[in-house]
Design a protein around this ligand. Structure first.
Ligand code: C2E
Ligand code: CA
Ligand code: CA
Length: 636
């Protein structure tokens, strides 16, 4: 059976009343059961008394346990219907035990004992009405299971007194039922009324969305959750541009219709966990919880969402067969923000929204000026990178990989952005932004094609020896695209190079995302003859056993470990461990960032045979590296 939201709330509230009020009655009835057994100790067999009382205590303990579970569910807000059923079962079981008492413990011989016994059973029933009446099956079941057996017992005595008493108990049962029914109705009406008042105080009557009060309550919860989980979320303050004009020109009814449509469209474009609230007038607030661990990415995501919302709202509305166009101004404030409270965050978003209005409407603005600048810069950089691809501004430098005597065994291709006005820009300045915006995929394609074309030329001029390899850097974002393998194979066939000249460098980050996918992709390209290296090895967290399962060729020891050699002196250096490990896994090692003769000597002593670094040669343009290939040596 599916309940509507208000029916569900009502049911939950009834259930809550039933549970929070039940500890006292459970304990009291257990005491009374104990007293009853003590009182009847002379006329009833001890084994019967003992088994009845222990069953009763067992059921009571079970019910108390359910109360604890129910209280916990109340706190976390995670209710389950099964618990409710068990709870009802516990109540019925207790009632059945009282019912069986009428047969098992009934004192046949002493009228005084019979009177006390009857008072206890009828008293228990009357007492139950108050605590069980929120739930109809609970109270009806309880009264029936306790009282009818008593009445049956009296009727079975087959005396005139018995007959009268039996009928009296039935009448009493009916009176109790009707009293319980009245009380149940009263309580239900009370709860409904309270829920209605609460709803009116927390929700907007026009759109049915949470209002300011409710939003602040939720934002407060999200703030503490965000600090606990080290997550960042955002509050978007959205105000419709020129709404007043619509209201004035078309009347309030049309204005209301627009607001309802806006609420609807916003809802269709958000995640389930996002909250939309109406602040009043034409102001809406959207709460986006847990966007990202990194504040930069959270900023970027919130900006993307704000743009998407602005887009959907700007599609025209048809009200009274009239086309209406609307644009919003949106202010964004990220949270958690130091010790800022919920209303501060809301105010910041409001301020940012006003800045958006001043900036010319239909815009998105961040609260923090630094954040806005960073967002603008990222956007500009992403746009510039797109243009750079179109204008063919990327070129590749090559840094030789050599043996100790300078003999070249290969090279790593490193991208350079030849900016028309700013000159050469190093990858450190743009790779991260390219990865975030996804343009890295296009840049990567472009770099790979250039490298392959160069390799082809070297092959044709017999400059590249069979064993020499040229490495290309592939970022995690490129590697994770579904058509990664196809693109590499496509470029290989298009340029016609020998695959064993190509070496793909992946960072540990690329390798750990999806094991099955990673192995499949690497294996597919290894089957072509392409080699794979782990770049910046030692800086990530890939486990040894995992690396073992991948068909890799080389570990590139990260520069930071190589540069540590001097400072560590004679202490344990990770380089040594990495070299031994690579040997055990059957992998080659390349030491990166070798800058001094000391580093080279140390690495050589530990068994490393291939080096890359300024000590031998900096990255150089293609022509320069071609000359080096001719001599086969970097001339060290
Ligand atoms: P990486 O893959 O670790 O590349 C090695 C970096 O160390 C290069 O910086 C290189 O110039 C520098 N280097 C080499 N020897 C030495 C040395 O002895 N001392 C010092 N201090 N540095 C040395 P570069 O060219 O600026 O590249 C930086 C990073 O940008 C690369 O680090 C790589 O992660 C990324 N990158 C470069 N080209 C590409 C590309 O085409 N695609 C992708 N996805 N990333 C690239
Ligand atoms: Ca690299
Ligand atoms: Ca590296």
């Amino acid at each position: 059976m599916r309940l509507s939201r208000s029916e569900h709330q009502l049911y939950r509230e009834q259930q809550r009343l039933l549970t929070i009020n039940s500890t006292g009655p459970i304990l009291t009835s257990t005491l009374i059961a104990g007293f009853l057994c003590w009182y009847l100790r002379h006329g009833t067999a001890p084994t019967i008394l003992f088994s009845w009382l222990s069953s009763f205590i067992l059921v009571a303990v079970g019910r108390l346990f359910l109360v604890v579970l129910a209280n916990r569910a109340e706190k976390t807000g995670r209710h389950d219907g099964q618990l409710d059923l068990f709870f009802l079962g516990g109540i019925w079981l207790a009632a059945l035990l009282w019912g069986t008492a009428s047969f098992l413990l009934f004192p046949h011989t002493s009228p005084l004992h019979q009177t006390v016994f009857s008072i206890i059973i009828t008293g228990i029933s009357a007492g139950a009405i108050a605590s069980l009446c929120p739930n109809r099956p609970a109270i009806v079941g309880f009264l029936t299971f306790t009282l009818l057996p008593l009445s049956a017992k009296f009727l079975m005595i087959q005396e005139q007194n018995g007959l009268v008493l039996g009928i009296l108990v039935i009448l009493y049962w009916l009176v109790c039922l009707s009293g319980a029914q009245k009380l149940h109705k009263n309580i239900t009406e009370n709860i409904s009324l309270r829920l209605k008042i609460e709803h009116q105080a927390s929700f907007d009557s026009l759109t049915g969305l949470p209002n300011r009060r409710q939003l602040l309550k939720q934002l407060e919860q999200e703030l503490s959750r965000a600090s606990r989980h080290k997550q960042n979320g955002a509050v978007l303050f959205l105000d419709l541009d020129n709404f007043k004009t619509i209201n004035d020109a078309l009347g309030h009814k049309a204005g209301d219709a627009v607001l309802k449509h806006v609420a609807e469209r916003l809802g269709l474009n958000l995640r389930k966990e996002d909250i939309i609230a109406r602040m009043g007038g034409d102001e809406f607030v959207i709460l986006l919880p847990h966007l990202d661990h990194s504040i930069e990415r959270a900023a970027q995501k919130s900006q993307e969402i704000a743009k998407k919302l602005a887009n959907t709202l700007s599609a025209s509305f048809s009200i009274d067969s009239r086309e209406i166009n609307i644009t919003p101004s949106i202010g964004i404030s990220l949270f958690p923000d130091q010790e800022k409270a919920a209303d501060d965050i809301l105010e910041q978003a409001d301020t940012a929204m006003n800045q958006a209005k001043t900036a010319g409407r239909n815009t998105v603005r961040f609260f923090l000026p630094g954040m806005q600048e960073a967002a603008d810069k990222r956007l500009r950089l992403a746009n510039d990178l797109k243009k750079a691809i179109e204008n063919d501004e990327f070129s590749v430098y090559f840094q030789p990989q050599v043996q100790a005597d300078g003999t070249i065994v290969g090279a790593e291709g490193l991208v350079r952005w030849m900016h028309p006005t700013r000159g050469m820009i190093m990858p450190g300045e743009f790779i991260l932004a390219a990865e975030e915006s996804g343009i890295i995929v296009d840049i990567g394609n472009c770099v790979l094609r250039k490298i392959c074309q160069t390799v082809k030329a070297w092959e044709e001029n017999h400059l590249l020896k069979e064993h020499q390899t040229i490495a290309v850097n592939i970022s995690a974002r490129e590697f994770s695209t579904p058509d990664f393998v196809d693109r590499i194979v496509g470029t290989l066939t298009e340029t016609g190079i020998k695959p064993h000249h190509l070496d793909i460098e992946l960072t540990e980050g690329s390798l750990i995302s999806s094991v099955r996918d990673t192995i499949k992709k690497i294996q597919a390209l290894r089957d072509y003859g392409i080699k794979f290296s782990v770049d910046d090895f030692g800086t990530g967290y890939s486990s040894l056993s995992y690396l073992k399962s991948l068909p890799l060729h080389t570990l590139k020891i990260d520069r930071s470990f190589v540069n540590d050699i001097q400072s560590v002196g004679n202490g344990v250096n990770l380089v040594e461990i990495i070299i031994t490990m690579a040997g055990n896994l059957g992998l080659e090692v390349v030491a990166e960032g070798v800058e001094t003769a000391e580093e080279l000597n140390y690495l050589a002593a530990k068994g490393c045979r291939v080096y890359q670094g300024y000590y031998f040669c900096k990255p150089v343009p293609t022509a320069e590296f071609s000359t080096m290939l001719q001599s086969g040596n970097v001339g060290k």
